[in-house]
Design a binder for this molecule. Structure first.
Ligand code: PLP
Length: 425
């Protein structure tokens, strides 16, 4: 009897995320990775042009990350984080806070981007409750994506992702992305809601990822944030995707003068090697939870909060991230993207080509409606798969978001695959 392949065995027992299991092609079985390359069980290599769902920043199987993980695994693998602490958690907090935009003083650990957002939302709500004020409304941007748990879904734009759950989500007021023209309109909308009832404003600075790699300017954002801050609306910067160099600077909020009250981090935090989430906050937020009254405690925590293995690989990732070579790589990718952007601007198959740091994105002109369910996505996925490039479009939006270690030659291969696609369409 012939032995089943890994993907065939997978298809008998596994339910994949964001996958229509009835029609999806068999998954590619990946058995190892090295730098920007992934290898399947037949030893074919693929260029990881989307950083394994935007998480991988330094490449796969990075030896420094592997070493730190292994060392920590022989020391301490896990410990309850309530009433106990450990070296990697403390060191990581000590090293992350000074890297962040001014004013962040405390680190709260959790498991992923969605939980980092949940923690920030709960901090914001309870901050006001602890202060004896009733503020329960949230502001967010249209097309926002902040995660798949219920709180995170609530502050995300209503879409095909949330449709089934819409009536169970809490109410959020969704704002247009700010431009130099509409900022005053947005402010009057917030004024109509009454700023004194709004707990917080959560946003993805400069680029909305899952919403379709939608990019917007820092200056009008900063103006809006400044107004919110003046009106005591707490600011939650969701840098889960933009953090750790993705938009060029270390954090996208470095493009704004206004500083957030809370920052959510995950994806690039461990170099994309393990699940870990972080919510940081200012001392203003933190201090509002200090009391002799136990009811003012933040009652939130996960079994694996501040897992020592995850914290130690985050430290390893920081070593690589803070080396000047990392910023140089990001700049190199940005320059290459910039040249390719000029090409895309000349194509009549492409609309709205755009670039931010290490991310280049554009929409394909199709006869179907734009958006996540556009049928071209399945075709595109297959097209690139055959060319051994891992690109996963968001509907008719294609984007390249590579690990920073991708070589010029590999990047050129990715562009070539896109060029070929544009010729064929
Ligand atoms: C991916 C993402 C999240 C959710 O992170 P998970 O780790 O997938 O739960 C939240 N916010 C933004 C901006 C993201 O891109």
């Amino acid at each position: 009897m012939q032995q089943l392949s890994l993907s065939a065995r997978d298809q008998q027992v596994i339910w994949h995320p964001y996958t229509q299991m009835q029609t999806a092609p068999a998954p590619i079985a990946i058995t190892r990775g090295e730098g920007a390359l992934l290898f399947d069980d037949q030893n074919n290599s693929y260029i990881d042009a989307t950083s394994s769902w935007w998480v991988n920043i330094h490449g796969h199987a990075h030896p420094h990350i592997a070493e730190m993980l292994s060392k920590q695994a022989f020391q301490l693998q896990h410990i309850i984080f309530s009433g106990y602490t450990h070296p990697p958690a403390v060191e990581l907090a000590e090293r992350i806070l000074p890297l962040l935009p001014e004013g962040q003083r405390r680190v709260f650990y959790s498991d992923n981007g969605s939980t980092a957002v949940e923690v920030a939302l709960k901090m914001a709500l309870q901050y006001w409750d602890n202060k004896g004020q009733r503020r329960t409304k949230f502001l967010a941007f249209k097309n926002a994506y902040h995660g798949d748990t219920f709180g995170a879904m609530s502050v995300s734009g209503r879409s095909v992702f949330t449709r089934v759950f819409d009536e169970l989500l809490f109410e959020v007021h969704f704002l247009d992305l700010p431009t130099t023209d509409n900022t005053n309109d947005i402010i009057s909308q917030i004024n109509e809601l009454d700023p004194a009832t709004i707990a917080a404003f959560i946003f993805e600075p400069l680029i909305q990822g899952a919403g379709g790699m939608l990019m917007y300017e820092a200056e009008p954002l900063d103006q809006l944030l400044h107004w919110c801050k003046t009106n005591q609306i707490l600011l939650i910067a969701d840098e889960v995707m933009t953090g750790f160099g993705r938009t060029g600077k270390n954090f996208a909020m470095e493009n704004c003068h206004t500083t957030p009250d809370m920052i959510c981090l995950s994806k690039g935090l461990t170099g994309g090697s393990m699940a870990l989430g972080v919510t940081t906050c200012t001392s203003q937020i933190y201090d509002a939870f200090l009391s002799n009254d136990k009811l003012k405690t933040l009652f939130h925590g996960h079994s694996f909060t501040a897992n020592p293995l995850a914290c130690s690989v985050a430290l390893a990732s920081l070593d690589i991230f803070t080396d000047p070579a990392c910023a140089a790589n990001r700049e190199r990718i940005h320059q290459a993207h910039q040249a390719f952007l000029k090409e895309l601007q000349l194509s009549d198959k492409v609309k709205n080509p755009r670039l931010q740091g290490t991310i280049i994105a554009f929409d394909l002109i199709t006869t179907n409606a734009d958006g996540y369910t556009n049928n071209i996505a399945a075709f595109l996925h297959q097209f690139f798969r055959e060319r051994r490039v891992m690109l996963r479009p968001l509907g008719n939006t294609l984007y390249v978001l590579p690990p920073y270690c991708i070589t010029d030659a590999q990047l050129e291969e990715v562009y070539n695959a896109v060029r070929e696609l544009l010729q064929q369409l």
